[in-house]
Each structure stands twice: as structure tokens, then as C-alpha cells.
Design a protein around this ligand. Structure first.
Ligand code: ATP
Ligand code: MG
Length: 427
């Protein structure tokens, strides 16, 4: 096939074999968030480029290297959203949803776009489910976000496969002081830093902490740690969070090098990671961003949130064989009809059955065909029963009901009795 007729690298089709597990994850998550009192918000996929440049921050990988940015026909610079938080903050500000200290507990789901090197668990179009809470400054809500994700892992059966990593980034003042200390330490060893880290020393030095380079990591062993620079309030906030997680029985590891890729985080940051997916092991990541709303010109408004990567969760479900079998249920019945009169009757009968039995999965043959070919289709469809309708059945207002998954005999069932008989196999 010519290249222009293929999907763009890193942008995947999600085929019918996979959509059931996607839907399962999405509905499980939506129900869970309902039960915690969070509301869904739906946001545009395109925003002005400036929103991300200002919100995520110049000097971050996302803004500098990963955005899909283009001019529209009106010469405005637009960007396919690389994440959800900036757009969500824009929306709550634009609609006055956080004024007067109003609390907002929101969630969204949808595709995000980043120009990254595609590999297992890392794509150019990927999907996130995200949660954002506004005007809740305390560690209690940070704990709630973590507790609800822990409940999700439990529901999905993957609690044993994920661990929680936690850190505090302190106040922006504390971070600035720490940044200076880190930079002056690393400058003494500039030549030993990998190339990316050398660049980050001026653009975004905290990101050097999660460099994948071994030599850089060994330099960092003796570097000053952020924890020693935490301000008292951030320390108290962090202690409050840890106490709540202990009380909820949620285990965590403190990872002093956890800094997150986006600029707007302060105080709490966390990641849920797994060792089952190779190097793309973070399935959920988030933290507090109390400074972001005012960065966009709003009144100072505390914010905290997280996003999880659906592709990575799907991969994890598949790897751990957690995909529930009942996601791929076969049809209950397949109607075979022979001749135009029977076809017309089949259409009405099928609709009456669907009215009577809302949970019914019913297929109706299309395209005519001999008895043999329709019966073969019914069998191949995986349906439990073939319902057979020819001239004789039509005259008697009955169908022939042939069980397809065992050897039992075909029975003749009156149309009127059919809903009740099928209801028995729905139960
Ligand atoms: P990573 O360190 O893996 O690049 P990140 O810090 O860039 O992640 P976030 O921006 O916090 O990730 O996004 C939250 C979650 O979204 C990640 O933990 C991951 O599960 C998922 N995610 C991020 N980028 C991708 C991608 N390119 N493909 C698939 N999933 C992704
Ligand atoms: Mg990334």
C-alpha cells in the first residue's frame, strides 16, 4: 500500500478485537469517578499553541520537541493537545468555574499527541484518562486521588503489579534555591554529564534528576537532594499526605528523584509504576500545581491532578491476562430466513424480540443464501441458537430453534413464546 494510505507512525488503529477492553477500562473508570463525586468535562483536542507553551513551560521536552504545531488557514498557531491539564485549566477559567473558591472535581478522557519515538507503550497518538481538582489545597485531596487510583487497580485486579512512588517538590521558592544548589554542583562536573543533561542544565535542570544515563546518575548520588530544601509548609503537607496513605493502608516509596516532565508541578508528585512493561513502566502520574491557574492570569487557585495512559493499562491487562472473559460474549441468537416473505417477517420478529429483551444480542442474516450457507454463518457467528424461518414456519407462526453449541434437537417454538424462551438463556 502506498505510504500516504497508511496510518501515521505511532498513531494506532484500535481494532474490534481490542475495543472491548478499552470500553471496559473506560466504563470502570467512569463509574469509579462517579462514585467519588467527580464530573466529566469534554475539551477540544486543538488549542492555541501559546496555551501549552505557557502552561507546560518552555524548556520541557513536551514543548520543545514533542508538540504537533501548525498554522491554520487564518495563520494562527494551533497545537494538538499533548496533555489535558492546560486545556482543563483554560476551560475552568473561561467559564468562571473556580471563582469564589468553588471546588471543582473533574475528569476527562481522550487522545493526546506527542512527537515521540514510537515503541511499545509509547505512541504519538495515545489516550489518557485524567482527573483535576481545583480549590482544594490540603493533602487530604492528594490522598483521595491516590486512594481512588488504588481502588481502580484493585477493581482491575492489578494491585500487585503496580507500586506508588511519591515525592514533594516543595514551594517554588524552595525549588529555586534547590535548583541553584543543583546547578552549581553539576557545573563542577559539566564534562561528565550526558549531552541532554548538559542542555538541561540551563533549560530545566531538575529534569536531569530523571536522566536515564548511568554516568549522570552516579554523579547525582552525591548531589544535593530536594528533600533537604523543602520549606516547612511543604514538609507539613507531605507528612499529612503520608499519614493519610498509611491510614488508608496504601504502601508507597519515597523517590527523591521523581520530578515529573511538566513544569507546573509543586509539592506533591506521584507515579504508579509497574515492572511488567519494560521501560514504559509509568501507568499513572500526577501531582499538585498550585501555581498554574495564576500563571494563566486567574486568581491563585490550588490544583491537583493526574493522568493515566490507557494504552499502557491495556498492555498491562493483556500481559497479566486480566481481560475478563465476558467482554467477548457471543450473540444469543442468529435468525436465518429463507425467501422474501420470511425475510420480511424476520425483520419484524427481531424488532419485537429486541423490544421484549433489552439485553438480547441478536443477529439477523443479511444477503439471503441457501439453508446451508445461512446455517454456516450462524454457526461461525458464535451464536448460541439459530432461529430458522422458512415458508412452513411462517405459515405456523413458529421458528425452528436449533441449539448450536450442543447436540440437542431442534425445537419448534411459537413466536409469542419466543421472548420467554430466550429470556431463560439470557439469565
Ligand atoms: P514518560 O516519562 O513515560 O514519557 P510523561 O511524564 O511524559 O511519561 P505524563 O505527561 O505525566 O507522562 O502523562 C501521564 C501518563 O500518560 C504517563 O504516565 C503514561 O502512562 C501516559 N503517556 C505519556 N506519554 C505517552 C505516550 N507517548 N504514549 C503512551 N502513553 C503515554
Ligand atoms: Mg514523556
Amino acid at each position: 500500500m502506498s505510504k500516504s494510505l497508511q496510518a501515521i507512525r505511532g498513531m494506532n488503529d484500535i481494532l474490534p478485537a481490542q475495543t472491548p477492553v478499552w470500553r471496559y477500562l473506560e466504563t470502570t473508570f467512569a463509574q469509579l469517578l462517579d462514585s467519588y463525586g467527580y464530573s466529566e468535562i469534554r475539551l477540544p483536542i486543538l488549542e492555541f499553541t501559546d496555551l501549552f507553551a505557557r502552561g507546560i513551560g518552555e524548556g520541557t521536552d513536551v514543548v520543545d520537541k514533542e508538540m504537533y504545531t501548525f498554522l491554520d488557514r487564518n495563520e494562527e498557531s494551533l497545537t494538538l493537545r499533548p496533555e489535558g491539564t492546560a486545556g482543563c485549566v483554560r476551560a475552568v477559567l473561561e467559564h468562571g468555574m473556580t471563582g469564589g473558591g468553588q471546588v471543582q472535581k473533574l475528569w476527562y478522557a481522550g487522545p493526546m499527541f506527542r512527537y515521540e519515538k514510537p515503541q511499545k507503550g509509547r505512541y504519538r497518538q495515545f489516550h489518557q484518562i485524567g482527573v483535576e481538582v481545583f480549590n482544594q489545597p490540603g493533602p487530604d485531596i492528594d490522598a483521595e486521588l491516590i486512594v481512588l487510583t488504588a481502588r481502580l487497580w484493585k477493581k482491575l485486579g492489578m494491585s500487585d503489579a503496580v507500586t506508588l512512588q511519591l515525592n514533594s517538590l516543595g514551594s517554588s521558592e524552595a525549588r529555586a534555591t534547590y535548583r541553584d544548589a543543583l546547578v552549581s554542583y553539576l557545573q563542577q562536573h559539566f564534562d561528565q554529564l550526558d549531552e541532554d543533561s548538559q542542555r538541561r542544565l540551563t533549560t530545566n535542570p531538575l529534569r536531569i534528576l530523571d536522566s536515564k544515563n548511568d554516568q549522570t546518575q552516579s554523579l547525582l548520588a552525591d548531589a544535593p537532594t530536594l528533600h533537604d530544601y523543602l520549606d516547612d509548609e511543604s514538609r507539613a503537607h507531605f507528612d499529612g499526605l503520608k499519614r493519610r496513605l498509611d491510614a488508608a493502608g496504601i504502601a508507597f516509596e519515597i523517590n527523591p528523584k521523581l520530578v515529573r516532565g511538566l513544569d507546573y508541578y509543586g509539592r506533591t508528585v506521584f507515579e504508579w509504576v509497574t515492572d511488567k512493561l519494560g521501560s514504559q513502566g509509568t501507568v499513572c502520574a500526577g501531582g499538585r500545581y498550585d501555581g498554574l491557574v495564576s500563571q494563566f492570569g486567574g486568581k491563585p487557585t490550588p490544583g491537583v491532578g493526574f493522568a493515566m495512559g490507557i494504552e499502557r493499562l491495556v498492555l498491562l491487562m493483556e500481559t497479566l491476562e486480566l481481560v475478563p472473559e465476558e467482554l467477548n460474549l457471543p450473540a444469543h441468537a442468529f435468525i436465518c430466513a429463507f425467501g422474501e416473505a420470511a425475510e420480511l417477517a424476520a425483520l419484524g420478529l427481531a424488532e419485537r424480540l429486541r423490544d421484549a429483551l433489552p439485553g438480547l444480542r441478536l443477529l439477523v442474516n443479511a444477503g439471503g443464501g441457501s439453508f446451508k450457507s445461512q446455517f454456516k454463518k450462524a454457526d461461525k457467528s458464535g451464536a448460541l441458537f439459530a432461529l430458522i424461518l422458512g415458508d412452513d414456519e411462517l405459515a405456523g407462526r413458529v421458528v425452528g430453534c436449533k441449539p448450536l453449541r450442543d447436540d440437542s434437537e431442534q425445537q419448534s417454538i411459537a413466536w409469542d413464546a419466543l421472548p420467554e424462551r430466550l429470556a431463560a438463556c439470557l439469565a
